[in-house]
Design a binder for this molecule. Structure first.
Ligand SMILES: Cc1ncc(COP(=O)(O)O)c(C=O)c1O
Ligand SMILES: [Zn+2]
Length: 443
C-alpha cells in the first residue's frame, strides 16, 4: 500500500496542502502546519511488523538505514525518491545510563539521549536531513528555490549549512551577532553558507528570515517549517526502540523555539496511533530562567506572552517569542506536562555535576538536568522512575563555557564543582604534594 504525507493546519482548518510546496503557515488562519500521515495505510502493516522492520534496519551502514531518520522513512517522508536523500547518517545516537549521576540526585534510572553525537553536533540534523532532501526533490521537479535560509542561535545554521553543502544548494544563515560560540559560528563558514551576523537577537533574526521567505524566494528552514519536526520526531521513536519498545516514565527536554518538544510528542503520538506503545510518558520542558516564556505560561494557566530574552549561558535557547509555542502547549497538555526553569548557577552546576559522572554536557543539557534535580528534590519524580534527559548538543561546541566555569570566570555563578588546573614548577615534590587528597570522594 502506498504511504503518503501532507500538511494540515494545527488549528483544524479543513483541507490538506502538499508538502512539496514552499508553505509554512495555514493560508486561512495563519497558524502553523503539521505533517499528517495516512495512518490507516500505516496501520495495515501491524505494530509487531513495524517493530521487527525497524529493529532489522537499525544502524545498518547501507544508505539509508545508517540514518536513524531514514530507517523510518515510511513514517517520516514516504514519497521522497531515494536519489534525493541527503543524509549524513544522523540519529541512531546512544542512550546512556548515567548511574553515578543518578545516585547523586536520588533517581536511580536516569538515561541521557546523546543527540549531540550527530553529524553537526546537535539534534538539528534529525530534521534538517528531511527538509533539505525535500528541497532537493522540489528543485529536481522544477521548483525555483534561490536558497535555503534560517535564523539560528547556532546549531540550526550549522546543520543547514552542512546538509545544503552536501546537496549543492545555496544556504543563507542569519545569526545574532556575538551570541553564538566560535565553534558554532565556524561550522556554517566552513560549509560555505552565506553567514549574516545581525545586530539583533534571535527573535529579530527570525522576523527577517520570515520576510525573506515571504518576499524573496528563499525556502525557510526554521522549525516553524514542520518538515523539520517530521525528522525530529524519530527521537522519541528511537528512545522507545532502544528500550526494547518500552516507554520511559519521564522525558526532560530543554526548550527554546519549542519545535523539539512538539516533535517529541509527535513521535509518541504516532507510536500510540499505530499500537506500538500503549502508554504515554510525562514530558518536562526545561527553560533558562533568563528566557522563560513557556515557564511563565505554565504558571499562568497556559496564557502565553512573549518576553524579551535575557542573556544566558544556554545561548541556543535564548528565545523570548518561540514560534512553536502553540504546538508545544498542545503537546504538554496531552503528556501531563511540566515546565521548569533553571538559573545560570543551577544550569552550570548541574552540567558540571553530570560531567563529574563522565559526561561532557552542553549548557542546554545543563538546563534539563537542573530541572530534573528540582523535580527530584520536591518529589515530583519517584526514586525508581525511568527518566530520559535529552542532551541536545555536543559539549565540545561550548568549551568556552566549561573553561569559564572551571576557572571561576562565569559571572553570577559561584561554581560548586569547579576544577581549575593546578600550575606548578617542574618539581617532583611539588607534584607529589599536589596529588595528595586526589582520591577523596572517589571511594
Ligand atoms: C542545543 C540546543 N538545545 C535546545 C534547543 C531548543 O530546541 P527548540 O528550539 O526546538 O525548543 C536548541 C535550539 O533552539 C539547541 O540548539
Ligand atoms: Zn488554519
Amino acid at each position: 500500500m502506498p504511504y503518503r504525507a501532507a500538511f494540515r493546519c494545527i488549528a483544524g482548518c479543513p483541507g490538506e496542502i502538499s508538502i512539496w510546496q514552499p508553505i509554512y503557515q495555514c493560508p486561512r488562519c495563519g497558524g502553523l502546519l503539521q505533517v499528517v500521515h495516512d495512518v490507516d495505510a500505516l496501520r495495515a502493516r501491524g505494530a509487531a511488523d513495524w517493530k521487527r522492520c525497524f529493529d532489522e534496519r537499525y544502524a545498518h551502514a547501507a544508505k539509508p538505514n545508517g540514518s536513524g531518520v531514514w530507517s523510518k522513512k515510511e513514517w517520516v517522508c514516504p514519497e521522497l525518491r531515494d536519489e534525493n536523500l541527503v543524509t549524513m547518517n544522523e540519529g541512531a545516537t546512544s542512550l546512556l545510563r548515567v548511574e553515578r549521576y543518578g545516585r547523586a540526585i536520588g533517581v536511580e534510572d536516569v538515561w541521557v539521549k546523546q543527540c549531540g553525537l550527530s553529524h553537526t553536533g546537535s539534534f538539528k540534523d534529525l530534521g534538517m536531513t528531511v527538509l533539505v532532501s525535500v528541497v532537493k526533490q522540489m528543485i529536481g521537479d522544477g521548483a525555483r528555490v534561490r536558497a535555503v535560509a534560517c535564523a539560528s542561535t547556532g546549531d540550526t545554521s550549522a546543520s543547514l549549512a552542512a546538509y545544503a553543502a552536501a546537496a549543492g544548494i545555496p544556504a543563507v544563515v542569519i545569526l545574532p551577532r556575538g551570541r553564538v560560540t566560535p565553534a558554532q559560528l565556524v561550522q556554517p563558514l566552513a560549509n560555505g553558507a552565506r553567514v549574516l551576523a545581525l545586530d539583533t537577537d534571535f527573535d529579530g533574526c527570525m522576523t527577517i528570515v520570515r520576510r525573506l521567505a515571504q518576499e524573496d524566494g528563499v525556502y525557510l528552514a526554521n522549525s516553524m517549517n514542520s518538515l523539520r519536526i517530521e525528522g525530529q520526531k524519530t527521537l522519541s521513536i528511537e528512545i522507545v526502540q532502544q528500550f526494547g519498545w518500552e516507554v520511559p516514565d519521564l522525558v526532560v527536554i530543554p526548550g527554546g523555539n519549542l519545535g523539539n518538544v512538539s516533535a517529541l510528542g509527535a513521535g509518541f503520538d504516532l507510536m500510540l496511533d499505530l499500537g506500538l506503545i500503549v502508554k504515554r510518558p510525562r514530558i518536562v520542558v526545561a527553560q533558562a530562567a533568563a528566557a522563560n516564556p513557556l515557564y511563565r505560561a505554565y504558571r499562568n494557566q497556559w496564557r502565553f506572552e512573549p518576553v524579551a530574552a535575557r542573556t544566558t549561558i544556554a545561548s541556543a535557547i535564548q528565545i523570548g517569542n518561540p514560534v512553536s509555542v502553540e504546538k508545544a502547549i498542545r503537546t504538554l497538555q496531552r503528556y501531563d506536562g511540566i515546565v521548569e526553569q533553571a538559573t545560570e548557577r543551577e544550569l552550570a552546576d548541574a552540567a558540571a555535576r553530570a560531567d563529574r559522572a563522565g559526561l561532557f554536557t552542553c549548557p542546554h543539557t545543563g538546563v534539563a538536568l537542573a530541572a530534573l534535580e528540582k523535580l527530584a528534590a520536591r518529589g515530583d519524580v519517584g526514586k525508581t522512575a525511568r527518566v530520559v534527559v535529552i542532551s541536545t548538543a555536543n559539549g565540545l561546541k561550548f568549551a568556552d563555557f566549561k573553561v569559564a566555569y572551571h576557572t571561576g570566570r562565569l559571572p553570577d555563578v559561584d561554581a560548586r564543582h569547579a576544577n581549575a588546573p593546578v600550575e606548578l614548577p617542574n618539581d617532583y615534590d611539588a607534584v607529589r604534594r599536589a596529588i595528595d587528597g586526589v582520591t577523596e570522594g572517589h571511594a
